[in-house]
Design a protein around this ligand. Structure first.
Ligand SMILES: [Zn+2]
Length: 263
């Protein structure tokens, strides 16, 4: 009977960029890789399993993070990127055979790089919690309509995916995209109080009717006020064919799952 190797898995400390909490994550093992492979069915399942996988790989965490639900409530999507980076770095180190399509000659070529060479972090330094921050975006094209935007937590994401992905005609990308909108407010000339839409289904329906320019304004304001705080994986790359140099943004979630399938 196998009684265990008593392994000490390598650990890596991650400071979350938006909430500035300290976690130690360990590398994941074969069983955990297999659990994730089995989960790639729906975006809802992927998100749930990814959150669980990260939570289970945490060996040291702040006392406020008592359980899995507290973990989901206290951390943001950008914080998860940083934890996932830590997990990737300590488990795989390298991003292997990443296919880059040259921006000039359009030929594809593979590169392999150390994840740590691509890493950049920008921490949220404003006063107070980023989760409590709200920004009012006056929409340029929809007269009298404003969007109140925020930084969504992991809890917001899992709740919305669970509740809304069953809705007929639902679109996961839109569910995720609209998480930054807490509510819409519409000024009514005869009334002192604006009309408020704060149900997720109403927010999505309202979002779908917006002129494209208003959507862009919401996401630009989100990036400026919240989205810039996080990690970035960027690398400078030279085309093997024509020598064209460009800076590539690496998609971590995609590479995490690629690594799982390749190992
Ligand atoms: Zn090229």
């Amino acid at each position: 009977m196998f009684t265990g190797f008593n392994l000490n898995y390598p650990e890596y400390e991650v400071i979350t960029p938006q909430t500035k909490l300290s976690f130690n994550v360990r590398s994941i093992n074969v069983q955990e890789e297999e659990n994730l492979k089995g989960s790639l069915m729906t975006p809802t399942k992927i998100t749930e399993h990814l959150n669980k996988c990260i939570f289970n790989a945490i060996v040291k965490k702040p006392e406020t993070v008592k359980d899995f639900e507290a973990f989901l409530r206290i951390l943001t999507l950008k914080d998860r990127d940083a934890l996932l980076y830590g997990l990737f770095h300590i488990t795989y180190e390298e991003i292997r055979n990443y296919e880059i399509r040259c921006g000039k000659c359009r030929k594809e070529y593979p590169v392999t790089i150390k994840a740590s060479d691509t890493f950049n972090i920008k921490t949220y330094e404003e006063k107070g919690s980023i989760l409590a921050k709200r920004v009012k975006v006056v929409l340029p094209k929809s007269e009298g309509v404003s969007a109140i935007i925020k930084q969504p937590s992991l809890f917001d994401e899992t709740t919305a995916l669970r509740e809304l992905s069953q809705r007929p005609g639902s679109n996961t990308d839109i569910i995720i995209e609209t998480l930054v909108i807490e509510k819409f407010e519409q000024d009514i000339p005869e009334q002192t109080e604006p009309k408020v839409y704060n149900e997720r289904t109403d927010i999505i329906d309202a979002y779908m009717t917006l002129p494209a320019k208003d959507k862009r304004e919401i996401h630009e304001q989100y990036m400026k006020n919240f989205g810039v705080f996080g990690i970035e994986l960027k690398m400078k790359s030279y085309c093997a064919e024509c020598g064209f140099e460009e800076v590539i943004d690496i998609d971590l979630v995609e590479n995490f799952f690629r690594a799982i399938y390749q190992s």
